[in-house]
Design a protein around this ligand. Sequence first.
Ligand code: ZN
Length: 140
Amino acid sequence: MNVSCPHCQVRLSIHPSQAGSVVACPKCAGKFQLPIPTAYTGHSNPGSMHSVPNEVQAFASKKVAAGVCGTLLGAFGVHKFILGMNTSGAIMLAVSIFGACLYVPTFAMMIIGLIEGIIYISKPDEDFYQTYAIQKKEWF
Ligand SMILES: [Zn+2]
């Protein structure tokens, strides 16, 4: 890269690794700081331009609601109805209602809901969409 000395305006060829460091001009011996090329400062970050598809965003917006319902109301399968898993949601609800007199089945559904809720919340949006919208994974 080429820079010009701010003191005597002579054109100097410098190595890119010297960018940002203070050098002495070989002609007039004046000291000056070499400019830092914009490519090295990290101002342009193409990764920040990455946009999540609307479909993923729409589905991922249910993630927290489903996760919270799973942890709090897991036994009733509410979190599964939110995500459109009506069959497994109905199974959880039925087991909880009909198993309520025995306590254990309802308790088991509560635990499953709790674990599923935590899994939902801890998954990244893209991953959550892949697992529950594309693969339609019904349990865990
Ligand atoms: Zn100079």
